[in-house]
Design a protein around this ligand. Sequence first.
Ligand code: KG4
Ligand code: ZN
Length: 364
Amino acid sequence: MSIRILGIESSCDETAAAVVADGREVLSSVVASQIDLHRKYGGVEIVPVVREAMEQAKSRLEDLHAIAVTQGPGLVGSLLVGITYGKTLAESLRKPLVPVNHLEGHIHAVFLEAHKSGTLPALPAVCLIVSGGHTVLYEVQPQDASRTDAGALWSYRKIGQTRDDAAGEAYDKVSKLLGLGYPGGPILDRLAAAAGNAAAPVKFGPTKMRGNTFDFSFSGLKTAVLYHVRENPSYLPEIRERENAMARGERKFEQLLPLCGPRTLALVGEFQNAVVRDLVERTMRAAEELNVPTVLVSGGVAANRQLRATFEERARNAGLNVFFPSHALSTDNAAMIAAAAYPRFCNHILADLSLNASASLPIA
Ligand code: KG4
Ligand code: ZN
């Protein structure tokens, strides 16, 4: 019989539930975004999300082996929705409650994907977690080098992080200032691809970091885009048109693309070049200096096509292997929480009813 864990994730905008068997097989994964839904009661209700996850997994609550919840990092108010529900469920079903770090979840998302293809990433690895809330580099290795099974615990060492904005936050802010709405990543990803090789109206050089050179910084880039647009008021009519289109509900790529002139597309392309270059350069340099065979990339921005292609090319040239989750497992989801819970469950790392949300929970 497989070990079935229900994962619950509510650290940010999403409310998600999923059932994962043996830490590797996704039986269901439901993500409800409060961006899409009416926020009548200030958030998505968690009960129907869990019910849907159980139905899709064709499982009964009684058959679960454990309930896993995201403890942090994240917004305390959002985290508490999942934690409170998870505690209630675990208590009423008399099942163990497993606390999970959201970032550890993102790392496990890569392994969930790899289990599907049958080729697991070799550890130690350098892992870049890049999302709307985080841009951080870890070295990941097994706590016990002789264990490589899905139930083995890993240890993490932080080797770099953003000193200001997360990369996803830069996407979101640049998107907003260009009248392209939230979230910015998916639309800018596609607009940058539409830019082709058009000459950029401005060039953004690599960010130089003092001290730890595995750190990142994206607020300067965002500000450079802002200044460039301010200094060139001819961008403004287009921005207004897009804002008006968005206000009418015309938010799709196909609707917004005709409202973007070649100069805007080239600007977006250059912004993305700069983000991708910095993410890939620092991560690959860390992998080479630490002499690890594997690079893992996860988090919402890992869905970016140019980022993936650039990592793949650089890794091939360096003789390293790079792994990503599928698009659905890159952004916030609960399957990664249930997967990260599996080794903790196997090693009896459990929580009791005193479990509390932690806004800045460090990864253990
Ligand atoms: O992991 P995630 O769902 O939530 C956080 O933990 O933040 O990541 C969301 C972030 C947003 O900033 C969004 O703009 C960005 O990921 N994102 C992308 C893409 N898809 C989502 N950024 C660049 N390219 C994409 N295709
Ligand atoms: Zn996340």
